[in-house]
Write a protein of this length. Sequence first.
Length: 432
Amino acid sequence: MKLKYIDLKYKPTDNDLVCEYYIEPTDGYTLEEVSEHVAGESSIGTWTSISTMKPRIAEKLKPHVYSIDKQTNEIKVAYNSELFEAGNMPEIMSSIGGNIYGMKAVRNLRLQDISFPKSILRSFKGPLFGIYGIRRMLKVKDRPLTGTIVKPKVGLNEKEHAKVAYDSWVGGLDAVKDDENLSSMKFNKFDKRAKETLKMRDLAEQETGEKKVYFANVTAETKEALRRARLVKSLGGEYIMFDIVTGGWGTLQALREADLGLAIHAHRAGHGMFTENPYHGMSMLTLAKISRLIGVDQIHIGAIVGKMKGSEEDVKNIAKEISDMYISEDKEAKMLKQDWGKIKPIFPVCSGGMHPGLIPALMNILETDIIIQCGGGVHGHKKGTQQGATAVRQAVDAALKEIPLDKYAKDHKELKIAIDQWGFEPVKKGER
Ligand code: CAP
Ligand code: MG
């Protein structure tokens, strides 16, 4: 029985998971032929028809290629959600993001977006806190949250790490995170670092009267990641950090579904391997949606004005996707419609090459429901970490008051030093 997947009359149902792919066929194949291969190989088919296929399987589980745009090489495929194991992200991605990438018929393939149906949404926990829960936790209502990454990335011992964190908190930052490649080394063991750093966090809270949080990086093999998360919980921590790409969907689900009452900070180290090529891989938008669905509370999405790639349009679209509850289809933006149901909105994290001089320009684009992180932009301050942290808060305050940084710096010495050191990006009122 030769299956045909293209059916341009098909209308997706509310029970369908819909994928939008960009496809470049290998020479000798047409877009239609490759669309058939992609739909088949990601679901119930293979390269030839098989004697073991049953009519009920084709009837129930055969996906439909219901849209083919020959101008843009984009197709839409509707999959009956019963094709997938609800609540199992590794399996879902093994279908719609698996073998199809290795087929000879495909020169380039990019999963641009996934629209999850309610039946799949309901099978994941989603964020425990989300934007509003995090704001309540930190008692910060109407400004961006501010954070730093302890630098050097790795190398400090546990006490030195904790001291840099302490200086960052008393300088005025809300959050301190481990760097993405800091886990548990000979010179800096996770358990001791968590203990020392949370001890300094408590001290900084007493001294500042402000709530402070520590994103402890628990990235490791699943059982060990869970043990580290439980340790953070026992030490009075409120957050863990996890590298979602290198750590994997299964371990992220295990951390979320352990229901430890911890907020999850998602670092995306390694995403550039497959998100940066506009013709191949998977969009950062899709990576962020999967992470929100599994249940992270915040995720790095790019900082536009910083050192990492990510266009203003893409970063704004990702911020919208993860912090809104309903997304309408937007062909230009390569965004499918998405009703997020009960899945809470999560914080966009803007980090990478950020320093006080760039903060107003960033806030002018993404406004205030963001987390701004500066690593080198705090610890590289001529007067050290504490004053670097203060300069970050001053830059946020200047942006909120809509006072140009150079003017505000006249009576804010920490900020003055920072913008003398690194310059600043002026914001023209009403620029956007
Ligand atoms: C930033 C950072 C973050 C990047 C990740 C770093 O440090 O700690 O990992 O922000 O990029 O290691 O580069 P700096 P993204 O502030 O010193 O640059 O946020 O784009 O995922
Ligand atoms: Mg880092």
